[in-house]
Design a binder for this molecule. Structure first.
Ligand SMILES: NC(=O)c1ccc[n+]([C@@H]2O[C@H](COP(=O)([O-])OP(=O)(O)OC[C@H]3O[C@@H](n4cnc5c(N)ncnc54)[C@H](OP(=O)(O)O)[C@@H]3O)[C@@H](O)[C@H]2O)c1
Length: 253
């Protein structure tokens, strides 16, 4: 299929999980892709998977200078961008009482400040028309135990997505949409990222998560990537300001 033929795409957090899967789908659909990541091992791994044609750039979402460098690199590689998938993010589920100023700042700096200022910096290279898709979360749309600060970061970007259509659709031709996945089986649930060394304990947690999804399982990265391809493509040219919940029925059932 060639649903993204001729398009230039940036995927933040394209070195792992949903972003990496989406990068592969974009390539298969004919796009040229540049991805970002932050962890050296993850960047190396992504380079091997995505191949030499795909620039894999280290750009920390929390660092505004790095974001400006990234825009410069995008300009150098592609000249213009037709698609941006703002996907880089971290999750930190813990009891409300256990949050600290640092844990709060880590979440908001990566998931909100990074998205806000990268979007601002990208305006000069975004084509008219273009499509920006933000990776939010179904936790932004309901009350989930221990989601508190994380869910608030995702509610913030879902809100920005709507405001930015008001700011930028008519003047710049940029369509903003979001996806809001439920639990998806990615390295976000690895022992390292969960901070759970004990594999048995981790397995219990994953089973528990899956049992709260009406479909009875976690989502697969390809099921999320497919929705991003649609929103990025011209087939979605009339789709503006939507927040597509992809969660096996968790939010509505
Ligand atoms: N998995 C789920 O259940 C789920 C559900 C709802 C929403 N989401 C959202 O989906 C997005 C992707 O998550 P995932 O599940 O695919 O997790 P993942 O496999 O851990 O991937 C996260 C990606 O974000 C990058 N990243 C993390 N911190 C960064 C920073 N400071 N600067 C730049 N890049 C950074 C990582 O880069 P490195 O690999 O280089 O460290 C990686 O490429 C996140 O925004 C997450 O909140 C996930």
């Amino acid at each position: 299929m060639n649903r993204l033929a001729g398009k230039h795409a940036l995927i933040t957090g394209g070195t792992s999980g949903i972003g990496l899967e989406t990068a592969q789908r974009f390539l298969a659909e004919g796009a040229r892709v540049l991805v970002t990541g932050v962890t050296p091992d993850s960047i190396e791994k992504a380079r091997k998977i995505l191949g030499e044609e795909v620039p894999v750039v280290r750009a920390d979402a929390r660092d505004l200078d790095a974001q400006r460098d990234l825009v410069e690199q995008v300009g150098r590689h592609f000249g213009r961008l037709d698609v941006v998938f703002l996907n880089a993010g971290v999750s930190d589920w813990r009891p409300f009482e256990a949050h600290t100023e640092d844990s709060f700042d880590q979440l908001f700096d990566t998931n909100v400040k990074g998205v806000f200022f990268l979007t601002q910096a990208l305006l000069p290279v975004l084509a008219n028309p273009s499509s920006v898709i933000i990776n939010s979360s179904n936790s932004a749309h309901g009350g989930y135990g221990m989601a508190n600060a994380y869910a608030a970061t995702k509610a913030a970007v879902s809100s920005l997505m709507q405001s930015w259509n008001a700011d930028l659709l008519a003047s710049h031709g940029i369509r903003f949409n979001a996806i809001s996945p439920g639990p998806v089986d990615t390295p976000l649930y690895s022992s390292a990222k969960l901070g759970i060394e004990d594999q048995a304990q981790r397995a219990v947690l994953l089973e528990n998560i899956a049992s709260h999804v009406p479909l009875g399982r976690m989502g697969r990265p390809e099921e999320i990537a497919e929705a991003v391809v649609y929103l990025a493509s011209d087939a979605a040219a009339f789709t503006v300001g939507q927040d597509l919940v992809l969660d096996g029925g968790q939010t509505i059932l």
